[in-house]
Design a protein around this ligand. Sequence first.
Ligand code: 0X9
Ligand code: ZN
Length: 303
Amino acid sequence: AFSLTQYNRHDDINDWLDSTASSCGSRCSIENIGTSTNGRTLKVIKIGKSSSSNSKAIWVDAGIHAREWISPAASLYLIDKLVNSYNSDSTVRSLVDAFDWYILPSSNPDGYEYSYVYDRLWRKTRSRNSGSSCFGADPNRNWDYKWMLTGASSNPCSDTYAGSIAFSEPETTAMKDFMLSKSSSLNMYISIHAYGQYILTPWGYTEDLPSDYNDLEYVGNEGAAGIRGVNGRSFTVGSSTRVLYAAAGASDDWAKAVAGIKYSYTLELRDTGYWGFVLPVSQITPACEETYAGIVRMAQAIM
Ligand code: 0X9
Ligand code: ZN
């Protein structure tokens, strides 16, 4: 059964998205943006002032990497807040009135279910690779911007296998097609991952910084301040290459360079390695609360 305080199965997440959207009336709608390799539906919930379109929009995806279970959980908490606190919370009301929110909580459902049932530390998708007995590509090395330039592998058995070609995976293809269809309104891209406690900006393919890096850093610092205010956790703000490592073909670089979304971020949620990917259930709520506060501050900063 679905619960915001547990790690949920993919089908339960999608059922909850449908029921949440129908309970929120004209402020919400559901779009099925594609199908995973093994036939699971990629469901985006749109939350905004009305069924008509806002001129500004924010995209949030979660669960690109299968084992990072806190990521879908944090996106569901965000959805619950935006939908169910609209009438009681003036912050929520202003954010829903100002932006269309497009949120995809389960971006790699085959990998997520595989990590749930067979291998807790599975990272990639579950597509077949011709000529190899290893499955899957890294959906965060599969995007068509500087694809395979650095920090990615051409070995299908590697955890950072970039795929046979860019957008070889139906999951990344569905995401990019949808994002391109909304790109004129999207102002911010947020991809939720774990772990390490970072707010990462482009670029991940080079040590060079984007020309508007100061703007991205300012909004990132606002997010980190929002997070710190909840439980005191420190998140490091900086470009992926400079504060983490170089890795090309990731969604954030594509969102900025190709879709033209100025404010593009990868959030690496808690912790810093004690539990790592296997974050205990007891930390779901505090992690979701701090992530929510960070995203609120980032959205307010670009309003
Ligand atoms: O390596 C990744 O894909 C991300 N870290 S994770 O531990 N969740 O796998 C970081 C991606 C940062 N962005 C770029 N390198 N462009
Ligand atoms: Zn990740």
